[in-house]
Write a protein that binds this ligand. Sequence first.
Ligand code: SF4
Length: 361
Amino acid sequence: MAGLINGEFKPKVSKYLTELMERVKLEQGEESGAYRALYNQYIYSPLEASDQKETNLKHYEAVVDSKEGLPKGIERLYRRQLVIDITMVCAAHCRYCLRANYEVMQLSKDEIDDIVAYCANERELKEVLVTGGDPFMVQNLLKYLISELADKAPNIRIVRMGTRVPVQDPKKMQTDIYTFFKNYKKVLSFEVGLQVNHPIELQPLTLEAIEALQDAGVRIYSQNVLLKNVNDDLETLIELYDSLRYLGIEAHYLFHSIPMRGTKHLRTSVAKGLELIKRLTSSGKISGRIKPVYSLMTYVGKVTLYEGSILHKDDEGYYHIKSYYTIDERRQWNPTYELPAEQAYLDEDGTIIAKYLDGED
Ligand code: SF4
């Protein structure tokens, strides 16, 4: 993952994606939905320069520092689950993702040992989510982390990994990672959260990687982002979720694109996402087994929108979103947790209300 250079996003597009874009442009044309979907996810748009309303370039979930009492590279917001940011490197930089604004870093084996010791000591922890960056960019380190957890932290039952390597650079998947998962699948459950935002990303090499992971006993679920001029129309979403269903992939979140400087041109309104998700999931157009959950990644955590979740929209364009997170619970697992003062406040019942900037259609 790139560091932030003079406040600007540092682009990175894999050779694989560049070649795929060239081929799609040749075969389907520059105006095709498939080409636009790839181009808009990775290539600079002049519209980014004019978008300064949201000054935020980072997010709570990307915090990677060694706070007092916690090993480096972890975030703990929940009792049973720990997030491990193993690296900040990705195969390509998605322009809507805050991770591109973080300094390149990778955990050392010593730092991983500290995390494993922490996991072993916290008996209520049952699950780790390994992310970053992309854990499949550091497969040897990932294997080290998993084998140490299996050996020293028997309370950990599930290892989840968030990745885009199979769609951004599938040749990076090492063949021995599949054998590794096979060897450990009796001790740990493996789940991969794969982000596929458009059906064009499901190319033959990607399908091979998906099948190999599944053959190794890894359960794959999709975690996608709603993006303007990528997948913000019903037909594309139907094709995407249909294709995922046929591949045996489960649906999890469909995220509204987070507020971040330079991303206005990629963010739909929250209302458009709500309309699309209603039409997608309550129309009989896709199988009931592949219905995503539409959620906002707020400063205090993910909030799925149900009736009453949106309290109101203020004059500056921020929705006030009701969550059921509480500070006390947070501090139980992360004593240094502070409410982000500008972006959240407490409701009368002690739960947290998050402010979330709307997008535009
Ligand atoms: S969405 Fe994933 S692959 Fe893309 S930049 Fe963010 S962390 Fe990296």
